[in-house]
Design a protein around this ligand. Structure first.
Ligand code: MN
Length: 492
């Protein structure tokens, strides 16, 4: 976070640099209106309150986000913290801005504490998402600025806000593919939630990467030369360090063995076309020997949140391992901004083509409903905040499942009977075994056998969802009842 004083002038200048269509006058008016409304209110740090909405607006302007969202960001705390009403916001700025500000205001009011508060928080966020995803973009920027000024709060409160950000906000940002915001939320919260680990990880990362800059520059220069020789135009080539929290999580997965983390530093190459990406991969592999099992093609098989890129780890000239990440500009923007890419201006000052965002709405609707029926915190964490995939019925209905789900999970998700009687699966027009791992976008059709007695006992070993597990167990328990006893039990 820069220490230079942020101003409204600076904000307008930033916005002008990426879009000529912005209504700068409205943005200035929103700033004046908010400043007026907050009056002499101050932040805990003692600064005038307006510095907060202004800072949140700057965070979004740095991401080149749509000025309409930025206007609402400047106004986001007005109805909650001042005497000015939503009606007055609407009179001055119109219905669209009002509805965004209203969305944020609704998120702010939490009644409960503890576990109840966690659920209330999640529920409200899914409601907001279902109504307008843009509200979440504002909320994340709001939270990032609050996290970066946590030092001014009493430790207990700082801890609670950081924990909430790490456990609720960051995973939701991740689910929406907003990697840039997710990483910022994580790294800012990390130091408050696990202060000792934070220090340890930071030192470890710094010691691992210090002194390597020159080596990476050499590698980049060789890559540039080789690509130029093959007539491939590079949009950009940069080094990037792994983010702290993401390094921490990876270390945990690798049993703290830092030698197994290969992407602490990586070189990212952005290219004009997808064909250039594959060509580049070939050229790099001719230059440096690739490590087996480390070539990942997320272009033909995107990650569940839509992430696309080619990754490879190669042996550098002195045996040092280097990871390359290769992708087009559009893939890069989607990787950084996820769903927010639709409100992000690129270098040419235009929006990305609007991709279907119905899935996010649909997801929010589904989760909103289910959330009202659940109360077990751990089950919710497992079922809701892990990576999800979206698959389709032959009729085109979206089914939302955890990553790694199989046709059996799909079948039980639709109906217990379909799960109990499923015998085969057709995935994208091809017959597949029932333990096949489903991928994002698959179209799944289940064949059932009406005479089938019930699920196979070994399905329990590969199903992923709690629904499928509990239905299979229920069936098994029922079938343990001896036949003679069944015949005397009352029929349901
Ligand atoms: Mn705020």
């Amino acid at each position: 976070m820069s220490t230079k004083k942020q101003t409204i002038k600076g904000l307008l200048k930033k916005i002008q640099q990426y879009t000529k269509q912005a209504d700068l006058e409205i943005i200035q008016l929103a700033y004046d209106f908010a400043k007026d409304a907050h009056g002499d209110q101050t932040r805990k740090s003692g600064e005038p309150y307006i510095t907060h909405p202004l800072a949140a607006a700057h965070i979004l302007a740095d991401m080149r986000i749509d000025p309409v969202i930025i206007t609402a960001t400047l106004l986001h705390d007005v109805p909650e913290d001042t005497n000015v009403t939503l009606e007055e916001v609407e009179e001055n700025f119109g219905a669209e801005i009002r509805s965004l500000v209203e969305g944020i205001t609704k998120l702010g009011k939490l009644k409960y504490r503890g576990v109840e508060r966690y659920l209330e928080n999640l529920r409200k966020m899914f409601v907001a998402m279902a109504e307008d995803i843009r509200v979440m973009i504002i909320k994340f920027a709001d939270r990032i600025h609050n996290l970066s000024t946590l030092g001014a709060l009493p430790p207990q409160k700082a801890y609670r806000i950081a924990l909430e950000s790490l456990e609720i906000y960051a995973p939701i940002a991740g689910r929406l593919g907003m990697d840039e915001l997710k990483s910022q939320l994580e790294d800012l919260s990390f130091q408050y939630v696990y202060p000792k680990e934070y220090q340890r990880i930071k030192q470890l990362r710094d010691s691992k990467i210090s002194g390597k800059e020159q080596y990476y520059t050499q590698i980049k220069d060789i890559a540039k030369k080789e690509l130029a020789a093959a007539n491939i135009k590079i949009t950009s080539i940069t080094g990037r360090n792994k983010r702290l929290y993401s390094f921490y999580k990876k270390l945990q997965r690798k049993n703290d063995n830092v030698g197994k983390v290969y992407d602490l530093m990586a070189i990212r190459i952005i290219l004009p076309t997808m064909a250039d990406c594959y060509a580049t991969l070939g050229i790099l592999h001719k230059q440096w020997k690739p490590m087996t099992g480390r070539i990942k093609d997320y272009i033909s098989q995107p990650k569940p949140n839509g992430y696309q890129s080619l990754h490879t780890t190669v042996f550098g000239d002195d045996g040092e391992l280097i990871e390359f990440q290769i992708r087009t500009e559009q893939m890069d923007e989607e990787a950084n901004f996820g769903i927010a890419a639709h409100w992000h201006y690129d270098e040419k000052g235009s929006h990305l083509p609007k991709r279907e965002i119905a899935w996010a709405k649909e997801l929010a609707e589904i989760q909103k409903d289910i959330l009202t029926k659940l109360s077990d915190l751990e089950a919710i964490k497992v079922d809701f905040l892990q990576t999800r995939i979206f698959v389709f019925t032959p009729k085109g209905d979206v089914i939302d499942l955890p990553e790694g789900s199989t046709p059996v999970d799909f079948a039980y998700h639709i109906h217990t009977d379909i799960g109990n009687k499923c015998t085969a699966a057709i995935v994208n027009d091809k017959m597949q075994s029932l333990d096949t791992e489903l991928k994002n976008g698959d179209i799944v059709e289940i064949t059932i056998d009406k005479n089938r007695k019930g699920p196979n006992a070994d399905w329990i070993n590969f199903v992923k969802t709690n629904t499928a597990k509990s239905r299979i167990k229920t069936y098994q328990n029922k079938s343990k009842i001896p036949t003679w006893l069944k015949s005397v039990l009352p029929k349901k």
